[in-house]
Design a protein around this ligand. Structure first.
Ligand SMILES: C[S@@+](CC[C@H](N)C(=O)[O-])C[C@H]1O[C@@H](n2cnc3c(N)ncnc32)[C@H](O)[C@@H]1O
Length: 381
């Protein structure tokens, strides 16, 4: 049997930690094959790529709540949906328990946890990011504006911990919104650098508290290298990187391509992508801050030789697919963390494109989630 986390029976996160890892991989491969059959996609399904099944995540969002004795706790959501106090997490970091213990010890007697039903209280979430290559830690304490955080006391305890030397960045984030999600209404850097650095292949990426980064750093490296391999660039190609986030895929392709344009709706991510291009001495990439739909409708750039798409879980809307097809790129490389929308989109694009293959990546061991990459080639009329 796999090593099983002490919260396994309770935690709503890892649902298949008790299944041997090779079996989990087999089940995911079967699932992808079944989905391809369901959508009548006759294509090659490549073997699933896998990485370390433990301590693979580089980001977690923990939630504060109160226990029956009204004491503040901090952890994850249970299978029932309530929050339980977390002592370890085998998919994030060996330091998880220590980080949570110090944070709780420094805050719990002074500030009440936020209650999402009454909207009263102060402590809401704790964001922790860990760069797997540099081991730098970033901490983000998310609260309401009900109190003023005694920053010095909080930082003193964090930094004097046994892992305090790894902390590169600490933010205090204020979120008074009633939505049960982390919203960065106000953020203050209260210690260190505004970013941490993750090295992926030959490139380094700056990651800020509010920018998207693939949650499995080792997985991202393999995915980006495969995208580079399947792009089969000869030099001079024009590439569109749609939903580019902080520029990872485009930057990976930049060595061999002519020009790359990354498109992303979040201004913070675009600023970070520009910084990443500069830090890696890349001059053939540009970034456009826009919704992909609006960008495609008003498309004014040269005809692309390749379009890379990596949308959020909702996938591509009908309108986006219509405009993408109108552009007639000879190749599309489509990567997604949600097989349900990925297959619907491939089916629709399959009216005009041959689906050369689908390749799964186990970015999220012990959970039902899987990343998929597909290569599409424009069918000759
Ligand atoms: C799965 S992430 C891809 C990030 C990037 N390709 C990478 O490898 O790190 C999806 C990205 O799409 C962005 N996004 C979401 N909706 C969008 C839209 N309608 N138009 C443009 N970008 C969008 C998100 O902000 C996020 O950065």
């Amino acid at each position: 049997m796999n090593r099983v986390c002490k919260h396994f029976s309770q935690c709503g996160g890892c649902t298949s930690q008790d299944i041997l890892y090779p079996m989990q991989l087999k089940m995911k491969e079967e699932e992808i094959k079944k989905m391809a059959d369901f959508f009548s996609l006759k294509t090659e399904i490549k073997p699933i790529n896998h990485f370390s099944p433990f301590f693979y995540r580089n980001k977690m969002e923990f939630t504060f709540s109160s226990d029956e004795e009204k004491k503040s706790i901090c952890g994850l959501h249970s299978k029932k949906g309530d929050v339980f106090d977390l002592e370890e997490c085998l998919i994030f970091s060996p330091y998880t328990g220590e980080i949570l213990r110090i944070v709780k010890d420094s805050l719990k007697d002074r500030y009440p946890a936020y209650n999402k039903f009454t909207h009263q209280g102060f402590l809401r979430h704790l964001i922790v990011r860990e760069a797997k290559s540099t081991h730098q830690l970033m901490i983000g304490l998310v609260t309401t504006s009900m109190f003023y955080l005694e920053k010095e006391k909080f930082l003193k305890l964090l930094l004097s911990s046994s892992w305090g030397g790894k902390i590169s960045s600490v933010y205090w984030v204020i979120n008074d919104s009633v939505a049960d999600a982390v919203i960065f209404q106000k953020k203050e850097l209260i210690y260190g650098e505004p970013f941490i650095v993750e090295n992926i292949g030959d490139f380094s990426f700056h990651i800020f508290i509010d920018t998207f980064f693939q949650t499995n750093s080792l997985g991202a490296e393999v995915l980006y290298k495969k995208i580079e391999e399947y792009a089969q660039l000869e030099g001079g190609e024009k590439i569109l990187d749609l939903y580019c986030g902080i520029g990872g895929i485009g930057i990976f392709l930049s060595k061999k391509a002519g020009s790359i344009w990354g498109v992303e709706v979040e201004k913070n991510s675009i600023d970070c992508a520009l910084l990443n291009a500069q830090a890696n001495n890349i001059s053939n990439i540009s970034f456009i801050c826009s919704e992909v739909r609006k960008f495609l409708i008003n498309f004014k750039l040269p005809q692309p030789d390749l379009v890379v798409v990596n949308p959020p879980r909702c996938g591509l809307s009908k309108k986006i697919k219509k405009h993408l097809v109108k552009l007639r790129p000879p190749y599309i490389l489509y990567s997604s963390c949600n097989p349900s929308t990925f297959f619907v989109d491939l089916k629709d694009l399959g009216e005009f494109y041959n689906i050369e293959f689908i390749e799964p990546f186990d970015f999220f061991p012990h959970t039902p989630y899987v990343e998929c990459l597909g290569k599409l080639t424009l069918r000759k009329k």
